[in-house]
Design a protein around this ligand. Structure first.
Ligand code: FAD
Ligand code: MLT
Ligand code: ZN
Length: 387
């Protein structure tokens, strides 16, 4: 997404793939302790068999490691319900740049003894230490999961549907994702996934997860009746069995893959007030005109996180110049974040200043110097060069 794990000059590549053991799992608390190289999807299967689920899920689940998820503070598709890894990760074991092992691998829900050091490593993109083990709190596996895929006539209706959804579904709402018509066109064209509802300018995916199938279905029906009756939604389909739910999720999860088949992709991942969310996409479409093949908007609307992607036949500095710093200044003007969940890596490190004041950037440099004075850990990434 941002080149955070791509070696560019003289790096040594470290793989944690063989560190793939579960260390312990407690079936009352749902706390899992495992090594950093465990694959997220495999962990999900492991805890599912014991009545729990991992608190995060994302398109890369089949290959990403829990250590990588923690190092990038990955957000993903369950964030709306279970929150950030900053809350669900309870402890970490980290190897520091000088080889010291920092054992903060506790499994306590509450622990106010001094500074919470593990937070420094969550989202640090490997620049402050190597995570070797993770303790994480897993929520109980929901007994009933429903997925509704709906077409909306405009973005105002998408927002209104989100409000209605929160009001009617309450605690069982577990995801609210959106994608525009161009995304749907691309997953159809490149991945041959069929559109499950009538063509619409926008589509939303609503997931409920709860403990009672009848209760959840009743609530979801109530929402759908209200949304269809008031014209917020013009067509929809619901998946209550796993295979239909998965095929509806695939339409949203596989957008990244579809984009990669469309040409060179300029990727942006911003946090914005939801009311202004789609204005950035529309503004860019008008600004770029035929220079872009596609300008698409999709993402985790329930978390205020827009994925804005622009495809072109090939990379061009002229197109890059039209996109940047425009996207960043636009976002900064709304006090948004220029990287909501993908981090800074190599590609975005120089734009940190659009979302953080100089004093914060300076403090980040001081922390880096303290923990990794020789700059050994994931060099050239995350922090901008010193002034
Ligand atoms: P890598 O790519 O190997 O590394 C990522 C970074 O973490 C690098 O900077 C690396 O140095 C560092 N790192 C890795 N392991 C460790 C470790 N043990 N200790 C210290 N540093 C380490 N992200 C989201 O937030 N939300 C999404 O919805 C989402 N969807 C995605 C969908 C797809 C199809 C793909 C390909 C990616 C998606 N991502 C998403 C990006 C995702 O966050 C990362 O791919 C994943 O979390 C990184 O894990 P990884 O094991 O692949 O790490
Ligand atoms: C997603 O939500 O699909 C991911 O974060 C990946 C992307 O933005 O391409
Ligand atoms: Zn995402």
């Amino acid at each position: 997404m941002v080149g955070g794990s791509v070696p560019v000059f003289d790096e040594i590549i470290l793989s944690t793939a063989l560190m793939n053991q579960v260390i312990s799992f407690h079936d009352v608390s749902g706390i899992l302790v495992c090594q950093a190289g465990c694959v997220l999807e495999e962990l999900n299967h492991y805890v599912q068999e014991r009545g729990f689920i991992m608190p995060l899920d994302l398109g890369a689940k089949g290959s990403c490691h829990i250590g990588g998820n923690v190092a990038t503070n990955a957000g993903g598709l369950r964030f709306l319900r279970y929150g950030s890894l900053r809350g669900t990760v309870l402890g970490l074991e980290v190897v520091l740049a000088d080889g010291t092992v920092l054992d903060c691998l506790t499994s306590l829900r509450k622990d106010n003894t001094g500074y919470d050091l593990k937070q420094l490593f969550i989202g640090s993109e490997g620049t402050l230490g190597v995570i070797t083990a993770v303790s994480i709190s897993c929520p109980p596996r929901p007994k009933a999961v429903n997925v509704a895929f709906l077409g909306c006539p405009g973005f105002a209706e998408v927002l209104q549907a989100f409000s209605t959804c929160k009001g009617t579904l309450g605690e069982i709402l577990s995801a609210f994702e959106f994608m525009d018509a161009e995304c749907m066109q691309l997953v159809g064209q490149h991945l041959h996934l069929a559109r499950p509802v009538r063509e619409s300018p926008f589509y939303i995916l609503v997931e409920t997860s709860g403990s009672s199938a009848e209760h959840d279905a009743e609530k979801l029906d109530g929402f759908l009746e209200q949304a269809l009756g008031s014209g917020l939604v013009t067509d929809g389909t619901v998946g209550t069995d796993q295979s239909k739910a998965q095929s509806l999720w695939a339409l949203r999860e596989r957008i990244t893959e579809a984009l990669s088949h469309d040409g060179y992709v300029f990727k942006y991942d911003v946090s914005l007030p939801v009311e202004r969310f789609y204005d950035l996409v529309s503004d860019l479409r008008a600004r770029l005109g035929p220079r872009a093949k596609h300008v698409v908007g999709y993402g985790h609307l329930g978390d205020g996180n827009l994925h804005l992607n622009v495809t072109a036949e090939a990379f061009s500095t002229a197109l890059l110049g039209a996109l940047e710093p425009y996207v960043y200044t636009w976002t900064a003007a709304q006090r948004g974040s220029v990287s909501a969940e993908h981090g800074l890596g190599l590609r975005k490190k120089d734009v940190l200043g659009y979302s953080k004041p100089p004093t914060a950037v300076q403090l980040m440099w001081q922390l880096k110097a303290l923990l990794d004075p020789r700059g050994l850990l994931n060099p050239y990434k995350t922090l901008p060069a010193h002034a």
